[in-house]
Ligand binder design. Structure first.
Ligand code: ADP
Ligand code: MG
Length: 260
């Protein structure tokens, strides 16, 4: 098959031109980065796991009426998505104190927050994704007040739904990051849709009984068993791919994995 045109290579994924106009192929890599790219590594099988986990979550969200960019899975590492105009704002929701919130405000990790808190970060690697306010976002035209209203409305629904979904499989959703994009229809009408991915790369998930971390903090904090943690999340959601389940990371030679 002819190699598709590479549109963008990010830290965790590669975006290729899709088969039809207005579509993209999202390829999930095993690469992991943290602390604004200062820490780099590879988590074998992460791409396969995140592809499956994100597919599962996007499908469940679509069922409750959240518009998403997801179209369908293509193979172990790739999914077809609708191309959107990404809004350069990362929307973070926090239910329990952890990470930068604990550090900046001196609130012990694991403290339940009085209510869910939404934060915005400007998506800009050179600047290290700085936190910004609604004022910055609208003043600099990154999103309109209407866009933000739509994004926050969707974010609150996603948080409510995913908190319950994860709790049902013994995981506490501590916090997570969402990205949204503008999708235009044939009449030129625009709507905001959920884009990018939802996976243990951008969610903090703690075992609800033991408090064990089952997310990228295992990589950030060198806690070990990173791949096993992602596998456990996939297993609990019922989407663990057979290939990753076995110890054989090379996969089946008759049915090779897509490699870059
Ligand atoms: N549906 C989409 N259309 C266009 N761009 C998208 C879509 N979904 C995600 N993206 C963008 O593609 C990139 C995905 O690759 P990733 O490795 O996460 O990049 P980054 O290093 O910028 O976070 C991100 O920049 C993300 O904003
Ligand atoms: Mg990203």
């Amino acid at each position: 098959m002819a190699r598709r045109r590479r549109i963008y290579e990010g830290k965790a994924k590669v975006m290729f031109e899709g088969p039809e106009p207005g579509t993209l192929v999202q390829y999930f890599k095993d690469d992991a980065t943290a602390f604004n790219n200062q820490k780099k590594g590879v988590i074998n099988g992460k791409g396969v796991l995140n592809n499956r986990i994100s597919e599962f979550i996007m499908l469940r969200l679509a069922e409750i009426g959240i518009p998403t960019h997801f179209i369908r899975a293509l193979n172990m590492r790739e999914q077809l998505v609708r191309e959107v105009e990404i809004i350069p704002i990362e929307v973070v929701v926090r239910n329990v104190a952890a990470g930068s919130l604990s550090k900046r405000l001196g609130i012990a990790e694991g403290t339940a927050l009085p209510r869910s808190i939404i934060e915005y970060y400007y998506k800009n690697d050179e600047l290290g994704d700085p936190m910004v306010s609604e004022e910055h976002i609208t003043a600099f035209g990154w999103a309109t007040t209407q866009d933000l209203d739509d994004m926050v409305g969707l974010t609150v629904r996603v948080n409510d739904y995913l908190s319950g979904l994860f709790l049902g499989v013994g995981l506490k959703l501590i916090d997570f990051k969402l990205e949204f994009g503008r999708l235009f229809d044939e009449n030129g009408d625009m709507r905001i849709v959920l884009a990018d991915e939802i996976s243990p790369d951008n969610c903090r998930l703690w075992d609800s009984k033991t408090g064990d971390k089952l997310d990228k903090d295992r990589f950030r904090q060198d806690l070990g068993n990173v791949r096993e943690a992602y596998q456990e999340v996939a297993r609990r959601l019922g989407v663990l791919p057979a290939e990753v389940e076995s110890e054989d990371t090379e996969g089946d030679p008759k049915n090779p994995r897509v490699v870059n």
